[in-house]
Design a protein around this ligand. Structure first.
Ligand SMILES: [Zn+2]
Length: 249
């Protein structure tokens, strides 16, 4: 695979985002230590994230934005403590622990790391139960994991749509210049709004089609007409339709 360097800025306090399927970020702290946020879609990608990170400096912590395996591929290579939210850690319990060892530290609502500057982890939920934000207030830099898929359909197979939409609306009010999504290119605060509006439109479509008497199968066909949908996500879309109907009764 090609690790694509999406962004590298400054030599001090730099941010490197490596992305192929999924974004992994390397943040250089003031003392030269490295913070790794998500570790790649596969073990092969994860190895490259590990090698890149350790070449940059000692790795202080690995932070996982959430429990989905495509963000955990390289966790097993790192010796440092791995941190994720409690619901994320609990969901990771279903994976093979040799491939995806459980995080060493978990938090229920939030956790602030003081690493020369505050790094605020906060449980959000919506995309999945364990999804959290990682916020660097002094840099106005926000990592949102899969709360944002920039430029493509989001994975909604286990979504809590109301919570997801509400959380994006809340994050839009934070003092942030740069947002790193779970998938797709970095952006400004606008990518939070774009994702919220996309989800609101998706929910509104399902509600409209339901009011017009469409079956779930017909709704599925309309989603495929309207949105570019990878074949492997057909079941995901069917689940998402069912979830909207259940959650907006
Ligand atoms: Zn995800």
């Amino acid at each position: 695979m090609n690790v694509m360097l999406k962004r590298e800025r400054g030599s001090q306090m730099s941010l490197t985002v490596l992305g192929s399927i999924v974004n992994s970020s390397l943040v250089t702290l003031k003392d030269g230590q490295i913070l790794v946020i998500d570790t790649g879609g596969t073990a092969e990608d994860g190895k490259q994230v590990y090698e890149r990170a350790t070449a940059m400096g000692p790795v202080a912590f690995v932070l996982n934005t959430h429990e989905h395996a495509d963000h955990l591929g390289g966790n097993k290579f790192f010796d440092c403590p791995v941190i994720a939210s409690a619901p994320a850690r609990s969901a990771m319990g279903k994976y093979n622990q040799e491939l995806y060892p459980l995080p060493d530290i978990s938090f229920s609502d939030g956790l602030t790391l003081y690493l020369g500057e505050p790094v605020e982890l906060q449980l959000q939920g919506g995309h999945c139960p364990g999804v959290s934000t990682i916020y660097f207030p002094e840099r106005k830099l926000l990592f949102v994991g899969d709360l944002v898929f920039n430029g493509r359909m989001p994975y909604m197979g286990v979504a809590d749509f109301r919570l997801w939409i509400d959380n994006l609306a809340k994050l839009e009010t934070w003092d942030v210049d740069e947002v790193v999504p779970g998938h797709g290119p970095l952006g400004g605060r606008d990518i939070l709004k774009k994702q919220r509006q996309w989800l609101e439109a998706f929910v509104a479509d399902i509600k409209d089609w339901q009011a017009a008497g469409h079956s779930q199968e017909e709704m599925f066909a309309r989603v495929l007409e309207k949105h570019e949908t990878p074949d492997r996500w057909h079941d995901m879309v069917k689940s998402a339709i069912r979830l909207v109907i259940e959650q907006y009764r």
